[in-house]
Design a protein around this ligand. Sequence first.
Ligand code: NAP
Length: 332
Amino acid sequence: MLNDSTILVTGGTGSFGKKFVQMTLEKYKPRKIIVLSRDEMKQWEMAKTCDPDLVRFFIGDVRDRDRLYRALDGVDYVVHAAATKIVPTAEYNPFECIKTNINGAMNLIDACIDKKIKRVVALSTDKACNPINLYGATKLASDKLFVAGNAYAGEHGTRFAVVRYGNVMGSRGSVIPFFLSIADRNELPITDPRMTRFMITLEEGVKLVWHALEDMYGGEIYVKRIPSMKITEIASAVAPQATQTVVGIRPGEKLHEQMIGAEDSATTFAYDGYYKILPVINGWALSEERIKGGTKVPEGFTYSSETNQEWMSAQELAKWIDANRASLGIDA
Ligand SMILES: NC(=O)c1ccc[n+]([C@@H]2O[C@H](COP(=O)([O-])OP(=O)(O)OC[C@H]3O[C@@H](n4cnc5c(N)ncnc54)[C@H](OP(=O)(O)O)[C@@H]3O)[C@@H](O)[C@H]2O)c1
């Protein structure tokens, strides 16, 4: 589907965006991928690694509607990865987080409908499920905006879906690079030894976005089935010799993350390797084309990092870190 198409990635210079561009050019033959983001330096650095005939760079802010209309000229598909995503940053700068994650989503939805974009996938996070921090709350609002966007796209034909996943191993600002950066101190801070997190690789995230682009009828939230890890095991994988010092849970942090809450179970279907939460609006959760091939999950089902059936061990993570030394910035 992506062959011979023009794709725009908001936040294309971020961890996800760079991997999406690289993998999409390896697998498909798009006409062009457009990267939209704000910082010229990140674009400049990324441009050095890209074929200028295939990857174009567009400075723009998702808060700026006019700029989005210009950037979307001739585009077929959009992947929306731009976000303010660091939990404490969002707590201390709530207006800014809302302007990017909510106002930005509204701008993009309007612009995509008016420019008759065919399909749009917006990235979401486990923190959007029963959120307790502003980042999660803004991403929940964003998810709902994209789901509802299908209802008012009308005859313009644009279809929107959401891909939701958990902690991306090695992404900017996440726990593995943080632990690696201080591993030589031989003491790692552990918020709470009971804490668990979902773990996903960027490659798996990109593949789920490709699948959503192919599979969507509009309004679905795709949730990847991925393993969990205890925070203590993550620390052991990074620095087995280091002492683990408990520093206490931070404001806005959950002990365990959830991707599907009990209230979602009524419209959630299981597939090979992922779940789909179908939208409650317009009776879409009953639509056969959206359900096709899925098995309804039991009432009250939750998908939580604590009760997950699949776990990653410290040894498995240590092997992954070793195989990804270059991208994690570890000297060989
Ligand atoms: N990383 C994770 O563990 C994780 C887990 C679950 C979900 N997600 C979701 O996945 C998506 C991508 O995350 P990521 O890890 O790739 O984030 P990232 O590395 O921080 O990248 C964010 C990207 O968005 C751009 N951006 C930020 N604000 C913008 C704005 N107002 N207008 C245009 N571009 C803007 C940034 O570039 P500039 O600053 O130059 O604009 C950058 O290219 C996000 O939606 C995030 O919520 C991430």
